[in-house]
Design a protein around this ligand. Sequence first.
Ligand code: SAH
Length: 361
Amino acid sequence: MSGQDSMGSLADILAARIRASGPLPVADFMGLCLGHETHGYYMKQVPFGREGDFTTAPEISQVFGELIGLHLADLWLRAGSPAPVQLVELGPGRGTLMADLLRATARVPGFHAALDITFVEMSPVLRAEQKSRVPHARWADRLADVPEGRPLLLVANEFFDALPARQLVKTTLGWQERHVDWQGGRFVPVVPADAPRLDSLVPPALRAAPEGSVFEVLGGAEELALLNRRLTQDGGAALIIDYGHDRHSLGDTLQAMRAHAYADPFAAPGDADLTVHVDFAQVAARAGAGLRVLGPAGQGRFLRALGLDIRTAVLAKANPPKAEALVSASRRLADSDQMGALFKVLSLSHPEWPAPAGFDA
Ligand code: SAH
């Protein structure tokens, strides 16, 4: 019942806003569905896990966060163990990745003592979850609020897919923004005839696409520009992991997940997770200038290069009753017909830092 109530209230708020000032850009609709102060999807519940709507790599296996920890600690050691170092996670969910990362790196000499950990998280519910697992972290609303002036190690898993993306549709007039209208008691996607032409936001190679084509402009432009500036100025490295494509491409990838099944993204505002596929070419274009850019590599290749199979075998041997589950969780992360190929890993780092591991040919 409470789901019904909250669905009604965000739907009412959005419908009233559309009646008052016209259709909302899809990006604004997505932003409010996920981040509305009281009714936003991430603001009112813990969405992951068996009871929730979807699951993520750190929730599938502890090995995921462990290997990311070893990747970052190895890089930090080879960079000369700078201290202090700012460890940042964007959108940490339940804090599981960071807890696994810290456990796996506890014996790296000097690493923990050097770390200042900041979580960039908008949801009070998830901040509480994160605090229960990593009590000594700090929290920030955005990357701009994280202290600068020291090397940055940053990780973002399934963060950029949750940021509001703009959808541009090719019409007879050019590329115009898709909006959400309220018609006959439902939210429906529309392209208002008077929506401005935004051809300049579409990569030149795709501009001549046929009518009806959709191009998505990834959200997070400010975070990505800032990430570039921080890495350039202070040194360090970032790992961006998400599902998506390595080249610019066309297509409507806005999707809703509810109770582990796909749902209509416009049907239940605030009660379903909304995401888009991440265009890694846009990430690299916005954040990569002047930095070492590695990947995107398939998540499976990356994790296997970092020792996924050995780590899984060690854990399985130490815990025979769980061996089968551990092996199948690792396969789920890495096999190319599961998460191993659709999910990709992009590394950005200061050009004078040593090369991050896991991207060798
Ligand atoms: N990395 C986690 C969670 C992914 S879900 C995992 O892999 O399990 C997306 C996360 O990003 C959630 O923690 C959500 O609350 C957070 N988030 C989404 N949009 C955000 C924004 N604009 N600012 C800060 N955090 C955001």
